[in-house]
Design a protein around this ligand. Sequence first.
Ligand SMILES: *Cc1c(COP(=O)(O)O)cnc(C)c1O
Length: 403
Amino acid sequence: MQFRFSRRGFLSGLGLASLSGGRGGRVAAYQGAATDVYADLGVRPFINAAGTYTALSGSLLLPEVRAAMDEASRAYVSLGELQEAAGARIAELAGAQAALVTAGCAAALTLATAACVLGEDEEAIRRAPDTDGLKNEVIFLKEHRFGYDHAIRNVGAKIVEVESREDMQSAINDRTAMLFYLNFANNRSPMTRDEVARLGKEKGIPTLIDAAADLPPVGNLRAYNDMGYDLVAFSGGKALRGPQCSGILMGRKDLIHAAYLNGPPHSNSVGRIAKVGKEEIVGVTKAVELYTTRDHEAEWEAWDEAVRHILATVAKVPGVRGERFVPEIANAVPHAGIMWDPKRVTLTRQDFVDALREGDPRIEVRPSDPGEPRLEIGVWMMEPEDHLVVATRCREVLEQALA
Ligand SMILES: *Cc1c(COP(=O)(O)O)cnc(C)c1O
């Protein structure tokens, strides 16, 4: 018997009640969390009430992605041929000239920088991270410095930090390899994302935008290509729900080709430490296909419903109120914020986090200000019914702390 992934099945269970088909008529039912392998190691899984956080293992593979990876794992292919074909498919879906599957968004940043600094020059590719004599400066606005700077510096690139549009313009010189934009910083930046894309075009300098966690909305998948960025990077293991170790770099055909030469399967390259396998390449391609065809409105409504339920449940506790919020960029989906009056509910945020983490089932929530009497819950990476459990547990913890 072969079960098909149907739109209806996806909507009713956010994709998790569906079944994955195997080869030769063998079908393995997906039965929620596969906890045996973890139990065997003494590791206790949790309900993800946080969102797409790498250290919390990101997201769960969609069943169709899991099935595609399983199939991919059963035959040998040339990685070069597979990268080219998968890249063409992804590029078509995302409105880019070309695309490359990488081992995460951070790896995409490294390969993008390598493409701009080292290009296709065999000798330069071998010599990196020694970039003496090459165009090796990457210009960053100060607000865009972030925890993934290292992915860019690995190549042997030097980050030149600037504070304004004028600064950026005057920092551009004949050693400038690339202008970098962190999409997450757009709303606190002295330059908007499209200004930087335009400046790059004007000066003939390649531009890279890191939009790792910036799906949904689905339109973002092509928005930065359309805006004129030469290179655009996304995570495959966040909202796309592809493999954890996957990412996408897309953009100008010549730069994508150079990026490919600077990484796997080419052994003597700076990107070779971030290997992608056939399973990741096939998996993230399937994830992009699914992302461009799934019903985003229905998904959003399901998240809203989960938020409403959690907020209504905790509001029954005296001194507790809740609010729905949607972060502006990155994880831009409905979340539940729970606030309490510390005089009536004698609980710190840390007490709350610990109680959920140590309870049964274990629950992890979204990181937020540790000093505030406020807990933030992301519902979009939950399994079906998880929101019911989370609502009940939150109410219990709050009630137990009533003064
Ligand atoms: C998550 C993230 C990354 C890293 O993505 P991986 O796919 O985990 O490598 C890079 N940049 C930003 C802004 C991110 O949020």
